[in-house]
Design a protein around this ligand. Sequence first.
Ligand code: LMR
Length: 329
Amino acid sequence: RTLKLASLTALAAGVMMAGSALADPITIKFSHVVAPNTPKGQMAEKFKELVEESSVGDQVDVEVYPNSQLYGDDQVLEAMLLGDVQLAAPALSKFQKYTKQLQVFDLPFLFKDMDAVERFQNSETGQKLLTSLEPKGLIGLGYLHNGMKQLSASEPLRVPSDAAGKKFRIMTSDVLEAQFEAVDAAPLKKPFSEVFMLLQTDAIDGQENTYSNIYSQKFYEVQPYITESNHGLLDYMVVSSARFWNDLPDDVRPVVEKALDQAIAYGNDIAAQENQEAKQAIIDSGKSEIIDLTPEQRQQWVDAMKPVWDQFSDEIGQDVIDAARAANN
Ligand code: LMR
């Protein structure tokens, strides 16, 4: 009988332990496609660190999966809606299946610099765009910078006719497709994880990206020319599924949200510097020549590509485009 009681007590203790183990870590898988030493990679690490140090550090586990290890950007949002991943920050160019409004960020030569981008993202219109995914069950938690895109290629690109007939990898964006068609080039929508191979095997001639990505993915090793065009933006939206986010316990969500806000601010702070350092590292490598455009040459690209705005003004909304333009002043 004593024995029985003892084993019952042990059983009860076991049940209690199992109980506390069940009230257990909430796992946040953060999946992204870039290298750890990029603005987004650093932001993700910072978020993990801040959550670990926070008051909910023992309740929440953050797992960061860089380099398309877990998902490419073309699957990550579906995986998120299925509950297989909880955080991601795809490029703003990769949401067109979910909303057309974010296409505004892809319009070529829309923003004169990153300060203008920042002003637009913080404006009423910019903040409203963060909610544009809600009908699809996704929640926009903030904008994250990378920076302005440059054109890399196997041949020097100085004027739009240099791009004619060449194949360029683009993200899954109809605006980017139209942008390259506007200079008679052939755009191909391909996952980020395939770009290096496509360039290396000459399956494509070029691509557009920030210095940070051109450097960390080693595109510069197989692209002898980079035209500093600053023709478009590569920024991200940090997203979660509304179901996951709203189901976080009320004492956990604000702490996680604060960590995320701080991590985003950190990422945004270092983005310009990261791109500058990547540019310098590319120059130092001697493997790729950076081509500066004269104002006249740049104007030719502007003239060729800007008509794309009109092609998409109905889908995006002229009011949204006007608000973005106004942020240049
Ligand atoms: C790309 O596909 O080129 C970018 O979206 C990669 C990234 O996330 O910066």
